[in-house]
Every structure is written in structure tokens, then in C-alpha cells.
Design a protein around this ligand. Structure first.
Ligand code: IMP
Length: 421
């Protein structure tokens, strides 16, 4: 029963979408376990680009099934649009996409509160303003509405009535905003009954059955370890658990069902939104990396902050997730650098400590760049020797083997060192 968890080891945007799509060729089922439309997993196939927000990134292969687990929050309008875009690209995905009835719904007030709160500078995290944080807050406050509630008009109206009374008080009294109308929300959301009815399944059971049949399953993480609600750079984090533990709670899968963990890290580091970033580059380095790497948010279009690879931070994420193998993405973005820096520790400590992250000043080593295009290279041996040295140095610093190297968005711009899945 081979299963593979794919998790981000930095602040998201590691290029997981491409890796998941690439490895999904062999998978039967791909399962998203947390997050919502804050994610933006980009996949490029035959000159067409698809940005996945909620639908699992492996669904472009005709034989795969995608499931959205109960650890996720869903914005129905975005999901509907996304399904339409996927279907434009690959034809119907009915009977190939399923959703847990226990997924929480992102409601209009979640998006409004996310936005209003971001406008208060002392509360600002730099969120995607998709309502994801407020939806998870309601889940834990036990006042959330779930996909299952939407399936019964009476239940939905009843729960909405009670919750909206509270939300309108908050909107009016605290944020001095307009109250929302129950009827308008009900009308809009009840239209999505038709969307969800054929999608709802027990995804935990589906995964178990798929694994029992000996078929391959991929657990798709969104965001990254350093954005994890517990293990990230709190409070500048997302509201879910992108780390491997999120798979068990977000899909109803036991820990022994996770056979291997592939950690994905970019050959440098980026971060979008506020919060500590020890290796953040000077404006010059940051803008060169941003321009060469096309580092603009796939969900919000925001310019990403960029800097050099932070080995202790990645080593930390490897520990938290029990990573077996590494995928290094966007190595080609470093093709033109004379010199490349790599953080191997900090002046204050050797290990990454999330709550001290804003106080850490990295110790760098400088490696020679390769100043040569890596485009089209298919074998590790054919990479310039300086590029191989850079990868070896990363492996040494993070104590984990690199098994996959990505040199561009297309499926075939990938070097797979060993068939591990
Ligand atoms: P939220 O998840 O929208 O609440 O945003 C919280 C933090 O996580 C912000 O810094 C966002 O920029 C960041 N974030 C959320 N989703 C992603 C993602 O998919 N990639 C990178 N950063 C993300």
C-alpha cells in the first residue's frame, strides 16, 4: 500500500503543484488535507497553465481521483469556478473529484472579517484575504457551517440564522461595518447544493479502500511547514497544519498509512505576507530572484519576498515532518548567478527556532555559481559541477538525500534520481 506525503518545507510556494502533478502519473488518488483557496498550486501542461486552489493538483491525469479532506475549508464559488477551469482543460471530472461532508464552508462574513482585520495594521498578518483564517476560527469555536449542513436546507437556514446574529453584532459593533442579510446568503449558498450533492463521499474510507487495493495515494500539502499554525513563525502563519500530522486529522488516515514523506524546498527561499525571514535578501538580491523566478503570488499576485536558501530552517522542517526524501525546485532560477549564498547556521544558534526567527542573523557560505543554462538537462551527471556541488552542500547541511530536481514548470523539466514511488 504505497502512499506518499508531499509537504512544503519553507513558507509555501515551493513548487509543490508541479511535483504533485509529476508524481501523480503513478498515483490513483490524490488527497488534499488542509487549507483552502489561500493555496495556489501551479501546474503547466503542454503550454497551458492551471492554478489549483482547492482541487488536488494531480487531477489533470485522466486516471486520477482527487479528494478534498475534512481538514480543508471550501469556498463554494471558487470551487465551482475551479472545476469549470479544470474541465475546460481535461474534460469532465465528474466521478473523479470528491469532497468530505465535514469540510467547513468559507462564508461571506469570513471573507469580510479577514479583509477588515487586515486593514487594522496592528492585526495584519498579510493574509490572502480569502476568509480562510476566520473559517478555521469558527470551526474551533464550534459555530462553523459544513458541507453536510448545506445538504439540508432546513439545517443550513437554522444554523446560519444563529451564527449570523453573532457575526452581524461583530461587524456592526467592532468593525462599524454593514450587517449581512441572511436571505441573500442562504439563496447564494443553497444554490451550491447541486454542486456538492454528487461530490460528497467518505474520503477516509475511499483512501483506505484505495490503499487496500494496492494502489498509490498522494497526500497533498498546501502552504509550508514554516506557515504551520503550531510549528511555523506564529503569529505570521496560516490557520491549519500543513505539516505531516495534518494528514491524519485532515483525512481520517492513521499515521502508519503514510509510507514516505517527500519534502519540497525551493533552491532559494521566498515568503509572501509579513513575518520573520532570516535569509531575506537585500532589495537588489530579492528583486533579481523575484524577476528570474517569477515570484509573484499565484493566488493574490503579490510580489514575494526573496532570499537565499536557509539550511537550518529546512532541516527544522525535515525534522517536524519526518522527511525521507527531498525535491529541490527552481534550481534553474540560479543559473545566472556569479556566486550563490547558502545559510548554514545563525550567529545566535545552530538550529532554526521559530519563535526567535525575527532575531536570527544567518551565517552564510558562498559557493561558485555555474553561469550556464540548465534548461533541458535530464540527468544529474549533466548538471554543471557547481550546481551539483550546491545540491550536495544542501544535502550535507540538511542530512537528507535529494531525489528530485526541478528545472522548470513543465513536467519534463525534472530530474528524478531514483524511482521511489
Ligand atoms: P491565510 O492563510 O490567508 O490566512 O494567510 C496567512 C499567511 O499565510 C500569510 O502570510 C499568507 O501570505 C500565507 N499563505 C497562505 N497561503 C499561502 C500559500 O499557498 N503560499 C504562500 N503563502 C501562503
Amino acid at each position: 500500500m504505497p502512499s506518499l506525503a508531499i509537504v512544503g518545507l519553507q513558507w509555501g510556494d515551493e513548487g509543490k503543484g508541479k511535483i504533485i502533478d509529476f508524481l501523480s502519473e503513478k498515483a490513483s488518488l490524490i488527497a488534499r488535507y488542509q487549507g483552502g483557496p489561500n493555496a495556489g498550486h501551479t501546474v503547466r501542461v503542454k503550454n497551458k497553465r492551471m492554478v489549483f486552489h482547492q482541487v488536488p493538483s494531480g487531477i489533470l491525469h485522466p486516471h486520477t481521483i482527487g479528494v478534498i479532506g475534512q481538514g480543508c475549508v471550501i469556498d463554494p464559488a471558487i470551487l465551482k469556478k475551479e472545476i469549470e477551469s479544470v474541465e475546460e482543460m481535461v474534460g469532465s471530472i465528474s466521478e473523479r473529484l470528491f469532497v468530505s461532508p465535514e469540510c467547513h464552508l468559507i462564508m461571506p462574513y469570513h471573507k469580510i472579517i479577514d479583509e477588515l482585520r487586515e486593514n487594522v495594521s496592528s492585526q495584519s498578518i498579510g493574509t490572502t484575504k480569502r476568509g480562510v483564517g476566520p473559517a478555521y476560527e469558527d470551526k474551533y469555536a464550534r459555530v462553523g457551517l459544513r458541507v453536510a449542513d448545506l445538504l439540508s436546507e432546513e439545517t443550513f437556514r437554522d444554523k446560519l440564522k444563529r451564527v449570523l446574529a453573532q457575526k452581524n453584532l461583530l461587524l456592526m459593533e467592532i468593525y462599524k461595518a454593514e450587517p449581512l442579510k441572511e436571505r441573500e446568503i442562504s439563496e447564494e449558498y443553497l444554490r451550491y447544493q447541486q454542486l456538492f450533492k454528487p461530490l460528497v463521499r467518505d474520503v477516509s474510507l475511499m483512501i483506505e479502500q484505495t490503499l487496500r487495493e494496492g494502489k498509490r495515494v498522494i497526500f497533498e500539502g498546501a502552504q509550508g511547514t514554516l506557515l504551520d499554525i503550531t510549528y511555523g513563525t506564529y503569529p505570521y502563519v496560516t490557520s491549519s497544519a500543513p505539516t505531516v500530522g495534518g494528514i491524519c486529522t485532515g483525512l481520517g488516515v492513521g499515521p502508519k498509512r503514510i509510507d514516505k514523506v517527500l519534502g519540497v524546498a525551493k533552491a532559494y527561499t521566498t515568503r509572501v505576507g509579513y513575518g520573520p525571514f532570516p535569509t531575506e535578501g537585500s532589495e537588489t538580491i530579492s528583486s533579481i530572484l523575484r524577476e528570474r523566478g517569477g515570484e509573484f503570488g499565484a493566488t493574490t499576485g503579490r510580489a514575494r519576498r526573496c532570499g537565499w536558501f536557509d539550511a537550518p530552517a529546512v532541516r527544522y522542517s525535515i525534522r517536524i515532518n519526518g522527511v525521507d526524501l527531498l525535491a529541490i525546485t527552481k534550481l534553474d532560477v540560479l543559473d545566472d548567478f556569479e556566486e550563490i549564498k547558502l545559510a548554514i547556521g545563525y550567529k545566535e544558534t545552530d538550529e532554526f527556532i521559530p519563535y526567535l526567527a525575527s532575531k536570527l542573523s544567518p551565517n552564510y557560505i558562498t559557493l561558485k555559481g555555474w553561469k550556464r543554462s540548465t534548461k533541458g538537462i535530464k540527468r544529474l551527471e549533466d548538471l554543471p559541477k557547481e550546481a551539483r556541488r550546491y545540491l550536495e552542500k544542501i544535502e550535507e547541511e540538511v542530512h537528507t538525500p535529494i531525489n528530485l530536481i526541478s528545472l522548470g514548470e513543465e513536467r519534463d523539466s525534472t530530474i528524478l534520481l531514483e524511482d521511489f514511488f
